[in-house]
Ligand binder design. Sequence first.
Ligand code: ADP
Length: 199
Amino acid sequence: MIIGLTGGIGSGKSEVSRRFQALGIEVVDADEASRELVKAGSPALTAIAAHFGDRLIKGDGSLDRAQLRTIIFNDPAAKTWLENLLHPLIRTHIIQQLNASNSPYTILASPLLLETSQYELVDRVLVVDTTEDLQLARASARDSNKREQISAIMKTQLPRSERCARADDIILNDGDLAGLDRQVAQLHTSYLAVAQQHD
Ligand code: ADP
């Protein structure tokens, strides 16, 4: 059984992932997969440099992510081109990792679970939800980004109500981290029960 974990920026996906991992559950991380695919010397990075120019490659051969983000933020066609290149590769990479998982159930953590065809890979959708004010406060403290930048990213993501409407399960992360522990432990128990029925 595969549980898709998603939520807006700063909602608490990483905190939730860590808690499932601590309970022995394998987490496949779509962000990590996308970083892995464009590592120095990879075919995808070569294709990106051929399209946007070598200025996107830093001195050590790695991708200048900040510059790429700026380009695609301001150019929808560039964003589409990049997504058409990366999404199928990320999907294949994710499927391989999901197949290799050995825990009773597996989490696929992805900020874009519901915005891409990745949701087709999961049996249930788990959304981490919090208020937009808390998203802004937590994400800007974590990334030392300006609130305006976080706010701009939030505008490109699904609205909170739409994301929650598509959830099978919701973790409400508007309290302390102990509250997160409790909610994850509860879900873990019910997922183990469902996973046993799956077998
Ligand atoms: P995401 O992965 O969804 O972007 P994170 O899990 O990184 O979000 O959480 C954003 C920031 O907020 C992190 O610094 C995290 O430690 C902090 N955080 C998340 N949930 C809570 C909470 N309930 N109480 C306090 N800090 C939290």
